[in-house]
Design a protein around this ligand. Structure first.
Ligand SMILES: Cc1ncc(COP(=O)(O)O)c(C=O)c1O
Length: 407
């Protein structure tokens, strides 16, 4: 076997042993070889069931049934029904997640909610707790919103690297906002350990699952997470701008005091009462009229998960990212690219980020050659690996094209 053919042969063997390979047929993807989609960590591919469902929602449910669809087509209960479809993917029992709004809006609900839970829940020194600790490398929207949420609750934001969180927690901590997987480097943070540390400090934690849900097991219930948010347009393939979701642990729901109480979070939405009385359970995380077209596209998109354990997705994700790194090492001259994603499986999400001085020029050239990743300033080439529709042959090709482009 020649040096150059070794990764190609490995790819063939890995593809034929791949138990998830058939799932690709559930997506609309380029049939012709020559395009490798490595941007599912930004926008997941289109599940084939979605166009037909949207056609039915628009033509029949809206066009013919009109207002009756709020009941007869299940529009009114879609946020909690779809929340229950997301639940097993993030390790949550039913009744704790509602779909709706954007991640940004849900970060706001969750951070203010977490501060109120800590302050009103009798945590030791609750009144003096005036710090919201935020992942220092967070996706910007989380930081902006946490800052505003902190100001509104009389707190101040303190940025902290997740690895240094333990030393920063203390009697002033009201809430903590962390990303499960870092959007830029693909680093996976220690959700069980950090959640336990926040609890030991008497505070509540909010996890942003945008880059982990649908790519790896999260275990929200098992690890006692308080609140979590996430988007559905990345590894959950819900489509551009699809609704996000909010998880509130069942034991906290009665005390969860949303800063955005709307008529949809009211115990009796059609009672049209002047006073607000929150609905029981996760429903109080809802706000206003749900975005039904996007919501029902998401519901159809989630069908690709039927019968797929997240654990097998994780196993394939690690195999794909390992194989990509192996191919990059075999093809790209040493020193040209620097892997910014941790090698250790326990610290890796489903993305590989390669540092490259001329990344801004390299990525458009890669895209021109059919390798679709993305660029994050100043120097990051990001490649997302979606196990449900990606094969090892494509990964080998992407690494080969990358080597040619950077040569
Ligand atoms: C970690 C993280 N949080 C939040 C967002 C964005 O939130 P929104 O859906 O409100 O735009 C993203 C988008 O990529 C993200 O990666």
């Amino acid at each position: 076997m020649s040096e150059a053919s070794a990764p190609r042969d490995r790819a063939e063997a890995l593809d034929s042993a791949d138990e998830l390979a058939k799932r690709r047929e559930l997506f609309v993807l380029d049939d012709a070889p020559g395009v490798t989609y490595l941007d599912g960590n930004s926008l997941g591919a289109l599940p084939a069931a979605v166009p037909g469902r949207i056609e039915d929602v628009v033509r029949r449910q809206w066009g013919e049934l009109r207002i009756r669809s709020w009941q007869e087509s299940g529009w009114w209960t879609a946020p909690e029904r779809i929340g229950d479809l997301i639940a097993p993917l993030v390790g949550a029992a039913p009744g704790q997640i509602v779909a709706g709004d954007s991640t940004s809006v849900n970060v706001f609900k969750a951070v203010v909610g977490a501060v109120r839970l800590t302050r009103d829940g009798g945590a030791p020194g609750a009144g003096g707790r005036d710090e919201v600790l935020v992942d220092a490398t967070t996706f910007p929207t989380d930081g902006y919103i946490a800052e505003s949420a902190a100001r509104m609750t009389g707190c101040r934001v303190r940025p902290v690297a997740p690895g240094e969180l333990a030393g920063a927690l203390g009697p002033r901590t009201a809430a903590v906002l962390l990303n499960h997987v870092d959007y830029r480097t693909g680093r996976l943070h220690d959700l069980p350990g950090l959640t336990a540390a926040v609890h030991a400090a008497g505070a509540h934690v909010v996890w942003d699952l945008c880059h982990s849900a649908g790519a790896l097991p999260v275990g929200l219930d098992a690890h006692g997470v308080d609140l979590a948010v996430g988007c559905t347009y990345k590894y959950l393939n819900g489509g551009p701008g699809s609704p996000a979701y909010l998880y509130v642990r069942s034991g906290l729901q009665d005390r969860f005091d949303s800063p955005l109480p709307g008529w949809n979070s009211h115990v009796e939405p059609f009672g049209m009462r002047r006073e607000f009385e929150p609905a029981p359970g996760a429903l109080r995380g809802r706000v206003g009229t749900p975005d039904i077209l996007s919501m029902l596209a998401l519901e159809a998109a989630l069908e690709v998960w039927d019968g797929v354990p997240v654990e097998s997705v994780r196993a394939k994700s690690l195999a794909l990212t390992d194989f990509f790194l192996e191919c990059v090492e075999a093809y790209v001259p040493g020193g040209r690219l620097e892997c910014l994603t941790p090698r250790a499986h326990a610290e890796r999400g489903s993305q590989i980020t390669l540092g490259c001085a001329d990344a801004a020029e390299v990525m458009p050239r890669l895209i021109g050659r059919g390798v679709i990743g993305d660029f994050r300033p100043p120097d990051a080439l990001r490649f997302g690996f979606t196990p449900l529709y990606l094969g090892f042959g494509e990964v080998e090709r992407a690494a080969r094209v990358l080597a040619e482009v950077v040569a």
